[in-house]
Ligand binder design. Structure first.
Ligand code: NCD
Length: 445
């Protein structure tokens, strides 16, 4: 299934009209196209240049079946800054989806009003399905535990800007790498570069899916798996952290049952009720049995389900349960980046995070100049705007050049008008030239 799934067409230097579903579509030179356009969009924004690339002729359908703050507002801001209009549907529970409408019909409806559809959905492959159903371009804004390719673009742009390049650098990715879709797309992006080493830091149950490790190592890049974070920090040039994706922990039916048990048990340890936690006490095995006693007769099906898993944990041999509970660096948030840990990192190292941060980076770290996750957020708007304008076949460089040439012309006319005004020897018949120059200035500004 994974092999045959539609992943968008290869870009090969031309984004126009194409879907953007997977980072697999791009090459290193495609990245350059997007990144150089992003640099221009930054200048347009910073210098407040009145350049409209979409001329109010284009509408974006920005559709979210899963929660989003940054991704939805960044796509909307990017498109608006290009000069287009946006419909954001941030909560499909207010749409006809609750009436049972299929994804296909929902996106087909929105396509009728728009020139592009941005879609986030909980299901792997949802953006691909939408793209196959639509003629207009679809951008994947995250599909379940699959990919988040526009996030990888902005992560790559941020790494390049902040590190001065990715080649020869040590990149450390830490957290829930099993469910963190941004890390899946980032791995595919790193495979386009030549980092010196990629450290993947996660408890074994949350480690990166093998296919992405294989992809990166197949390019001759060293990938090292770690359980503890501390040892790799001193050599790290960029630390990319992700949160524990709690909302996805239930959907691990693809994992072997013992791994599912470990997760269930840890869920009780970390998120159980006060009663359950008290029942745990300090003797872990005895506590598990007591805990089981409290939930096996529960009226809630999910609690009884948990009891079944616990029974398995009690009767089976599951050393990982203890490893996870007492393991190196593991806690509720898997890893927590503290100012003390930051002190062990290089002065020029950078810390990235796709956000939201849910406790895995302490607040004090925000003030450290090496923490660049807010720069990452801003970069996202320029990078997405660049990608969107390329897909809409609007050339950002040309638009900026036209604007600059126009400014030059205005300046030249202004100089000429000033000359005419100040000159004592202008024959009266040349006054019409002065009027013409003033008219040209007023039209051009
Ligand atoms: C991420 C996502 O939704 O995958 N957030 C984002 O888009 N910046 C990361 C996350 O939710 O943890």
């Amino acid at each position: 299934m994974a092999e045959t799934m539609y992943k968008g067409e290869p870009i090969n230097g031309d984004f126009a009209g194409k879907d953007f579903i997977s980072i697999q579509q791009v090459s290193r030179s495609d990245l350059e196209i997007v990144y150089s356009a992003a640099d221009v969009l930054r200048v347009i924004r910073e210098e407040k240049l009145p350049i409209s690339l979409l001329n109010n002729q284009y509408q974006l359908a920005n559709v979210y079946y899963e929660p989003s703050t940054r991704t939805s507002s960044s796509h909307a801001a990017a498109w608006r800054r290009l000069g287009g209009g946006v419909d954001t549907i941030n909560n499909v529970s207010f749409s006809s989806v609750v009436k049972g409408e299929s994804l296909k019909h929902t996106v087909q409806t929105l396509e009728a009003f728009s020139e592009m559809v941005v879609l986030r959905h909980g299901q792997v492959g949802a953006a691909a399905l939408a793209a196959l159903a639509l003629d207009k371009p679809v951008m994947n804004a995250g599909d379940g535990v699959g990919e988040h390719p526009t996030q990888a673009l902005l992560d790559g742009y941020t790494l390049e800007r902040e590190l001065g390049g990715i080649d020869d650098k040590v990149i450390t990715i830490a957290g829930d790498l099993l469910h963190g879709r941004t890390t899946h797309s980032l791995m595919q992006l790193l495979a386009l570069y030549k980092p010196r080493r990629v450290n993947l830091v996660a408890p074994p149950e949350y480690q990166m899916p093998q296919q992405y490790i294989d992809l990166v190592t197949s390019k001759g890049i060293e990938v090292v798996l770690h359980v503890g974070l501390e040892a790799v920090l001193p050599e790290t040039d960029a630390l990319y952290m992700v949160r524990l994706q709690r909302e996805r922990l239930e959907s691990d039916t693809h994992l072997p049952v013992e791994k599912q048990v470990v997760k269930k048990v840890n869920k009780i340890i970390n998120h159980g009720s006060a009663l359950q936690k008290e029942a745990l006490g300090t003797d872990f095995d005895a506590a598990l049995e007591r805990l089981f006693g409290t939930i096996k007769h529960s009226s809630s099906e999910s609690e009884r389900d948990m009891a079944r898993f616990l029974l398995y944990a009690i009767n089976g041999t599951l050393p990982e349960v203890k490893v996870l509970k007492n393991g190196n660096g593991f806690n509720d948030n898997i890893y927590v980046l503290t100012p003390e840990l930051m002190a062990t990192m290089k002065d020029e190292a950078k810390v990235l995070h796709p956000m939201p941060i849910a406790g895995e980076i302490e607040d004090e770290v925000d003030a450290d100049p090496r923490a660049v996750y807010l720069e990452q957020v801003e970069n996202g708007m320029y990078v997405r705007g660049a990608l969107m304008s390329e897909i809409m076949d609007v050339n950002v460089h040309e638009a900026k050049l036209q604007y600059d040439i126009n400014q030059e012309r205005v300046a030249a006319i202004r100089r000429y008008a000033d000359y005419l005004k100040e000159s004592d020897h202008v024959p009266p018949e040349i006054n019409w030239q002065l009027q013409l120059a003033e008219l040209a200035i007023s039209k051009a500004t």
